[in-house]
Design a protein around this ligand. Sequence first.
Ligand code: PLP
Length: 408
Amino acid sequence: MKNTAFNITSIRNDFPILNLKVNGKQLVYLDNAATTQTPKVVIDSIVSYYSKLNANIHRGAHYLSQKATEAYEDARKKFQKHLNAQSSNEIIFTSGTTHSINLVANGFINLLNSGDEIIVSHLEHHSNIVPWQMLCKKTGAIMRVIPMNEKGELIFSEYEKLLSNKTKVVFVNHVSNALGTINPIKEIISKAHEFGAAVLIDGAQALPHFKIDVIDLDVDFYVGSAHKIYGPTGVGILYGKEKWLNKIPPYQGGGEMIDEVTFEKTTYAKLPNKFEAGTPNIAGVIASAVALDYINKIGLEKIEKREAELLDYATKKLLEIDEIKIYGDSSNKTSVISFNIGSIHPYDIGSIIDNEGIAVRTGHHCAQPIMDYFNISGTIRISMSFYNTIEEIDSLINSIMVAKKMLS
Ligand SMILES: *Cc1c(COP(=O)(O)O)cnc(C)c1O
């Protein structure tokens, strides 16, 4: 494969961890859907923050506090611009996708009545199922599920049948973390809006791969995690339309989210502070914006193209292995491949290739309903990033062949 799109050697040098030896072998990191690796500029920004900028934000009027506040708010503006949100008030920093979803689900407690309906898809991560189940328990709302087909795609006509005037919220992932399927979210959103329902899109697996435009999508809430877009752990993004963020109550009470507090009552701060109680992950948020700059400098179109090439190559090579079954073969998917070989337990292959320095994920990938659909307990999942190479995929294939021989 020609790497005319960008210089892979120089890109790999941006990521110190990619040079690591694991079990005496060169690391081959193919678990990018679990977390992406961090470029040196992002690591440096964390060191620089604690060396030169550390102070609590918003509160103190002293020099460092002002500087830290500026950097934190600049990060918010970068995410606003990246997502094409109308106002930086619509960007809330959380601790991750999970936190963002819980914040929104919790916000609907007072907006739902017993018998109201909410719609989830069969392709969700547990993070986008469990908080809503908890909401149903508290409110008496009923959860409906958009079914999937053998290709790992949602069945749109069934979704249309589930929608009614009782539907209040629809929550679907943009991309399935277990199969890589890209869902037709624009159509899902516009259908839901015909019935006045709000839509939350879990974008954890989409943000690393392509450009998101919240205005074009007309989405009500869009969430993701910085650690899956080459940033640090412990930072999440929540985009919400201002009208919705004003409608839902704060998730946590504490410092920074108030306007006025007495023992009788508290009035809440305006957006975005209303949802950012306590001291946030200041260093992490600033570093997340550096990560965003990093991928934008490479260009998401180039990233998408490179990852599509890796996906094609890896799929072709894997399909040459006897008895392999790939789960999820939508023509519209990201660089994720979930598979099993014969009746070999995925964990057994995973641990043998781990000895060769190859990092993949085995198990149910926090998406048990998908595993149930295929009647399996788990899969081996490889998830590729633009920094992966053809040589790494060849190493993977060789190691799988060795493992297969040992196990069958
Ligand atoms: C990783 C992931 C989550 C959870 O993200 P956290 O960073 O662990 O909170 C939710 N949904 C999808 C689709 C994911 O891939």
